[in-house]
Ligand binder design. Structure first.
Ligand SMILES: Cc1cc2nc3c(=O)[nH]c(=O)nc-3n(C[C@H](O)[C@H](O)[C@H](O)COP(=O)(O)OP(=O)(O)OC[C@H]3O[C@@H](n4cnc5c(N)ncnc54)[C@H](O)[C@@H]3O)c2cc1C
Length: 200
């Protein structure tokens, strides 16, 4: 482990784990410290949607499209899969008024450059058999995806470790002072903390 890494990443959620991976891959010496275990925070507690359907045009849409393209390459980077599902997503309508709103929405999304179309109830049910007969149509975005976000974080952390990063779990970094804006104080790590794979 580098005693004085180029970068100390505090927190092993998706932001920390992906940052550690991309920095280590570019040659930085990186140590990531996580207070509990990887994906303990918000990342490990969500449903893992990569939801393109409703992303606003501009930086938000550009960012999620970048991620969506990267997702196709990650199974080759990670050792384990992260249950990536790429069947797309639906927002469905039960009434003619809802369907008219969805039709307008789809038209706008297509103008924004998003791959989306309006489908009828039968097609929606063929994609999602759980939908009831009362569904008369849906907007469908084939790019929407879903994954197991805890395994996604672990995939990034393992790939970061293979690129030379040190990943330490169960190592809370204390703050110097009070309040959320107080800076963190790096400290030496103790022997009983979990140190994951490292090339050093
Ligand atoms: C209920 C819910 C559902 C969501 N659904 C989705 C979704 O479907 N799709 C989507 O894209 N986004 C979703 N989000 C948003 C997404 O989960 C977050 O934007 C994202 O996980 C934030 O990642 P993060 O790495 O910044 O934070 P976190 O995942 O919270 O990671 C921060 C980590 O830092 C650690 N830490 C904190 N303090 C210290 C310290 N002092 N020392 C060491 N470690 C520390 C924590 O233990 C934690 O593991 C959802 C969020 C919530 C709450």
């Amino acid at each position: 482990m580098a005693s004085s890494p180029d970068v100390l990443v505090i927190g092993g959620g998706i932001v920390g784990a992906a940052s550690a991976y991309h920095l280590a891959r570019r040659g930085a010496s990186v140590t990531l410290v996580e207070a509990e275990q990887l994906a303990y925070g918000a990342t490990g507690r969500n449903l893992g949607y990569i939801w393109i359907h409703t992303r606003r045009p501009g930086p938000e849409l550009e960012l999620v499209m970048h991620l969506r393209r990267e997702l196709e390459e990650l199974p080759g980077v990670f050792d384990d899969d992260f249950d990536l599902r790429t069947e797309g997503g639906l927002i469905y309508a039960h009434t003619e008024a809802q369907l008219a709103t969805l039709a307008e929405f789809v038209e706008q999304r297509q103008a924004d450059g998003v791959d989306m179309r309006l489908i009828d109830g039968d097609e929606a049910r063929s994609m999602a058999p759980i939908l009831p007969g009362s569904v008369i149509g849906a907007s469908y975005c084939p790019l929407d995806a879903q994954m197991d976000s805890s395994r996604y974080v672990r995939g990034f952390a393992d790939a970061a470790a293979r690129a030379g990063a040190t990943i330490i779990e169960h190592a809370p970094v204390p703050r110097w002072g009070w309040g959320n804006s107080a800076p963190y104080v790096p400290q030496p790590w103790e022997a009983d903390q979990t140190v994951r794979k490292s090339s050093e």
